[in-house]
Design a protein around this ligand. Structure first.
Ligand code: FSO
Ligand code: SF4
Length: 544
C-alpha cells in the first residue's frame, strides 16, 4: 500500500493512462491517498447536506465553503501538503457528525455519509475509496468527469466567496452532484445528464465569479503590460485569486517593494482598480511549468494563491509562500477566515532583504479583451467580419503544460492565416502571446480575455455575435474551437461550453485518460468533440 496510488485527473497523467507510482506533477502516493480520502469524506458530507436540504433545512454557508475548499485542495498542483489535507479530512468528519444528528433517517444515507475513523486508520481506508473503487469503467469515467468538473467549479466558487459573493443554488448543486456520484442506482444515461447539468452550473459559477471580479475591480480594459523589471525588490504573486492580490497591493503600498504577477495572475493588470497602485510593476515569466527557473531568477518571495505549484527547488523554497487552498510541505502558509484580511507582512519583510528580480525578458504584452471591452469594439469587429477582413475566430483558451507536444499551439498560432483572430483565456496563451501576430484594422490578432474562468467572456462574446448576426445557432458563427487542457478547471470550462450548445470542440494535446471509449463516443456523437492531429491538417479542418 505504501507506494500505491491511482490518479488520472490531468492531461499529463503517466502514459496517458494513470499515475500509479508517483505523480508526474510530483504528487507522492501518501498525498494522493489523502486526497482520495478527502474527496470521499467531502462526498459524504455532501450527501448529508443534500438530504438536509431535501428535508427542508437550510445549510450554513460555512459548510458550502468547506466543501468548495476541499474540492479545490485536490485540484492538480494546488496542494501537496499531506498534513494540511489530513486536517481538512478531520475537520470535515467533525462537521459531518454534527450535521448527521439533524437528519431524520441517517440509516438511509450512503456509506460515505456515515463513515468516520481516527487518523491512524486513514491510510487503510483511503486505499479502498479511490477512483478504482468504481468497477464499471463507464460509470467510473462519468463519476470522475463530473467530480473533476465540480472541482473546477468549486475553485471558481471559492474565488467568488473570497469577494463575499455566494450562490446558494450553485453550492446546493455541487453537493447534490457529489452525492450522486455515490449512488449506485444511477445509470450511464443519468450520469450523462448530470454531466451536462454540471456544465450548466459551470456557466452560472463563472458568471458569479465574473460579477464578483468586475463588481470589485471594474471591467477589464485594453492594457499594455510590461514584462521587464524595475530596480526595487519584488514579490511575485501567482494563481487566480484577485482578493489576495488586492490585500498584497494594499500592504506593500509605500514600502519600496514592487508586486509582479506570474502566470494566471497576469490578467489582474487589465482591471482598472489595480492600476492605482504605483508599485504594481508588471508580469514576470511565463506559464506555471517554467517556474523552477523563473522563481529562482525572480530573487524575491513568491505567493501562490492557487495552483499551479511545481515542487520547488531548495534554492527558492524558503521564499515560496502559499495561501487559500494551495499548500506545499515546508513552505509557509498564510491565511485568514472568510472576509478577514490576511497578514502578508512576513512576505513583505522578506522581500525587503532580497535583491531586485533579474530581467529575463523586455517589452510588453497587450490584453484586457473581456466581454465589455469587446462589446465596446463590436462595431469595428462586425464591420471587419462583414468586409471579410476577419474571416474567422479561433478560440485557443485553456491551459499550458510542460509536454513538448504543446509546441503545436505555438506553431498553430504562427501558421494561422492573417485574417484569423485568436480568442484566448487561461495560461494556454503563453504559447503564443509574445509572438508578433499584428492586427486586423487595429484589432489585435490575439484577444486575451483573462484567466481560464474568463472563458465565460468568450462565451458571452460568441452569444453577442450570434445576436448581432441574427443567427439561430451559436455553431453558425465563424468560430472554431481548439482548446488546450491540463487540469480540472479546464474540465468545467469544457462542460460549460457544451451546455451552451457549442459543438466540434477540439481538445488537446491528448484527450483525457478518464474518458472511457464509450463516454468518448457519447461526446463525439453528440457534440463532435475531437482531438488534435498535426498543425497543417488541423488548420485545414478548423480554418479551411
Ligand atoms: Fe493554468 Fe494551472 Fe487557469 Fe489551471 S495556471 S493550468 S486550467 O491552474 O487554472 O489556466
Ligand atoms: Fe498524475 Fe496529473 Fe494526478 Fe498529478 S494530477 S498524479 S500528474 S494524473
Amino acid at each position: 500500500m505504501e507506494n500505491q496510488m491511482f490518479c488520472y485527473q490531468c492531461q499529463e497523467t503517466a502514459g496517458c493512462k494513470g499515475c500509479t507510482v508517483s505523480g508526474v506533477c510530483g504528487k507522492k502516493p501518501e498525498v494522493a491517498r489523502m486526497q482520495d480520502l478527502l474527496i470521499y469524506v467531502t462526498k459524504g458530507i455532501a450527501a448529508v447536506t443534500t438530504e438536509l436540504r431535501a428535508e427542508g433545512n437550510t445549510v450554513d454557508s460555512s459548510i458550502d465553503h468547506l466543501v468548495s475548499v476541499n474540492l479545490f485542495t485536490t485540484i492538480t498542483n494546488a496542494n501537496f501538503d499531506r498534513d494540511a489535507i489530513i486536517d481538512r479530512i478531520k475537520d470535515t468528519l467533525k462537521t459531518k457528525q454534527s450535521l448527521l444528528k439533524k437528519v431524520s433517517e441517517p440509516s438511509k444515507l450512503p456509506a460515505a455519509a456515515k463513515w468516520t475513523a481516527n487518523e491512524d486508520e486513514f491510510d487503510t481506508a483511503a486505499a479502498t475509496v479511490g477512483v478504482l473503487a468504481t468497477e464499471n469503467e463507464d460509470i467510473r469515467s462519468l463519476r470522475e468527469l463530473i467530480t473533476y468538473g465540480l472541482k473546477g467549479l468549486a475553485a471558481y466558487t471559492k474565488h467568488a466567496n473570497a469577494l463575499l459573493k455566494d450562490d446558494a443554488e450553485v453550492d446546493a448543486f455541487i453537493q447534490k452532484a457529489l452525492a450522486a456520484t455515490l449512488d449506485d442506482s444511477l445509470t450511464v444515461d443519468d450520469l450523462v445528464a448530470l454531466t451536462l447539468e454540471t456544465g450548466k452550473y459551470g456557466v452560472q459559477g463563472m458568471a458569479d465569479l465574473d460579477a464578483a471580479n468586475t463588481g470589485a475591480y471594474g471591467n477589464p480594459e485594453i492594457t499594455k503590460v510590461d514584462i521587464g523589471v524595475r530596480k526595487n525588490p519584488g514579490i511575485l504573486i501567482s494563481g487566480h485569486d484577485l482578493k489576495d492580490l488586492e490585500m498584497l497591493l494594499e500592504q506593500t503600498k509605500g514600502t519600496g517593494v514592487d508586486v509582479y504577477t506570474h502566470s494566471e495572475m497576469l490578467p489582474a493588470h487589465y482591471y482598472p482598480f489595480f492600476k492605482k497602485y504605483d508599485n504594481f510593476a508588471g508580469n514576470y515569466g511565463n506559464a506555471w511549468w517554467k517556474q523552477k527557473d523563473e522563481f529562482e531568477s525572480f530573487n524575491g518571495p513568491i505567493l501562490m494563491t492557487t495552483n499551479c505549484i511545481v515542487p520547488p527547488k531548495d534554492s527558492y523554497k524558503d521564499r515560496l509562500f502559499t495561501t487559500g487552498a494551495a499548500g506545499y510541505p515546508g513552505c509557509r502558509h498564510i491565511d485568514a477566515p472568510y472576509g478577514e484580511t490576511k497578514d502578508f507582512s512576513e512576505i513583505i519583510e522578506l522581500a525587503k532583504k532580497c535583491p531586485a528580480p533579474t530581467e529575463i525578458e523586455t517589452g510588453s504584452i497587450v490584453g484586457g479583451f473581456a466581454h465589455e471591452q469587446v462589446f465596446a469594439l463590436a462595431d469595428k469587429v462586425v464591420e471587419a467580419v462583414k468586409s471579410g477582413a476577419i474571416r474567422k475566430f479561433v478560440v485557443m483558451a485553456g491551459c499550458d503544460g510542460r509536454m513538448k507536444s504543446r509546441e503545436y499551439y505555438t506553431e498553430f498560432a504562427e501558421k494561422l492565416p492573417k485574417d484569423v483572430i485568436i480568442l484566448t483565456a487561461g495560461c494556454a496563451k503563453y504559447k503564443y502571446n509574445k509572438l508578433d501576430l499584428g492586427d486586423i484594422n487595429g484589432i489585435p490578432r490575439i484577444l486575451d480575455a483573462g484567466q481560464c474562468n474568463d472563458s465565460y467572456s468568450l462565451a458571452l462574446i460568441a452569444l453577442k455575435l450570434k445576436e448581432i448576426f441574427g443567427l439561430s445557432d451559436v455553431n453558425e458563427l465563424p468560430i472554431a474551437y481548439n482548446i488546450a487542457w491540463y487540469e480540472q478547471k479546464a474540465v468545467i470550462v469544457l462542460l460549460a461550453l457544451l451546455s451552451l450548445g457549442v459543438k466540434n470542440i477540439h481538445l488537446g494535446p491528448t484527450l483525457p485518460a478518464f474518458l472511457s471509449p464509450n463516454v468518448t463516443k457519447v461526446l463525439v456523437d453528440n457534440f463532435g468533440i475531437g482531438g488534435i492531429t498535426n498543425v497543417d491538417d488541423d488548420l485545414k479542418t478548423l480554418i479551411g
